[in-house]
Design a protein. Sequence first.
Lengths: 216, 216
Amino acid sequence: MEALAQVAALLADRTRAAFCGALLDGRAWTATELAAHARVAPSTASEHLTRLIEGGLLVEHRQGRHRYVALAGPHVAELLETMTAFAGPDSKPRGLRAVSASEAMARGRTCYDHLAGKLGIALKSGLVELGVVTADLAITPSGLIWLKELGFEPSKRQVSRACLDWTERVPHLAGAAGAHLCEVFFERGWIRRIGTTRAVVLTPAGEQGWRELGLI
Amino acid sequence: MEALAQVAALLADRTRAAFCGALLDGRAWTATELAAHARVAPSTASEHLTRLIEGGLLVEHRQGRHRYVALAGPHVAELLETMTAFAGPDSKPRGLRAVSASEAMARGRTCYDHLAGKLGIALKSGLVELGVVTADLAITPSGLIWLKELGFEPSKRQVSRACLDWTERVPHLAGAAGAHLCEVFFERGWIRRIGTTRAVVLTPAGEQGWRELGLI
DNA sequence: CCGACGTTTCGGCGCGGGCCGAAGTGTCGT
DNA sequence: ACGACACTTCGGCCCGCGCCGAAACGTCGG
């Protein structure tokens, strides 16, 4: 259990945890961006990033004078999701901006590479309704065909996985299938990010698309 | 991400992590037992236990002058499993006793309420062979009937869940179904604990039972 | 009722680690 | 070539926290 403590220690610091939370949007951030986000000096951020990379949680990608970092993969996102689901949402959003931001996150957001929030729950309900997945979020044989018609190709990665939503406390669809659907929705302009946050909305085109697929 | 850091901090200490690791056997331990296990003074253990309980990871059950503690539920076990799978096994078992103990754990052990190790992998393979679960560890309709014949009754808990094995790096069966099978195997004397550890072995009766069920 | 035992509280010690600013390195744009 | 910029390294500060032992409390057994 020695190793467990070491991984936990990496996430036990509010600044490093804030970095990981920001990176849950699935994009790569520069060191300076993360420093500003967590309100610490660049030198402090640099040291934290080095530790997170050595611990295998993050990967870096140097480009000129920039140091881009990103989550090391879906397995890290799953770890963070599991822990966040256990910990529950942060207690008190302070101020009007923070409140409206957290409401937007609750309506819909990306969870690294798939959809979460009320939007994620709606997607799951639709998929269950269509018989693509069972109530336990296992892909059905007919569901696999349905996914393939949307361009899904099975890989080594687990096709479906339940991810516990930390705002709704209900499992939604993660894994390769969840990631693929999210990708397709972005490509088709059915969902769109709000500003630079993880929050997303269903566009009018998306609403129509979902209706045509029988998701709503 | 504030809340994530707080949960992580609970597990970021080697002593508290050792407590949780010991409690992964699913039983309730007294404060003194845990103190001896982690080689710290009783007073130190007492303070750690209070913190873990306040953090929701453990529950206590006072009985006379004893303070029994146990994991707060399957969700805590899942959290620990996810983190341990990410962290990997502890590096170096020291001495002959430690080596043979870790080999026994690799052969078969309980993961809170279900089977893991090579034994868990064997069980999974058998279940896939029988068509009880898919390769992704989702229960099939016929598999549900098979489980019910073994006394399984669906509840609110998720029926099947993939748990990543930290010795084999392969997912095995957790969730309500995994817990039920483990329980049945213990009742029938098919598996037995080695000493007081989490390690288990398949008994001769168990080998025959598994053969009759078509698991091996 | 008394001693043994499991547990808790408290004071105090020492280490680890998170933070910053200053100075240094490397890269880009002009 | 030069300054601006992103990042890193280092020294130093200080707070948090894990540890223990001593003492107190509660329970059990005789």
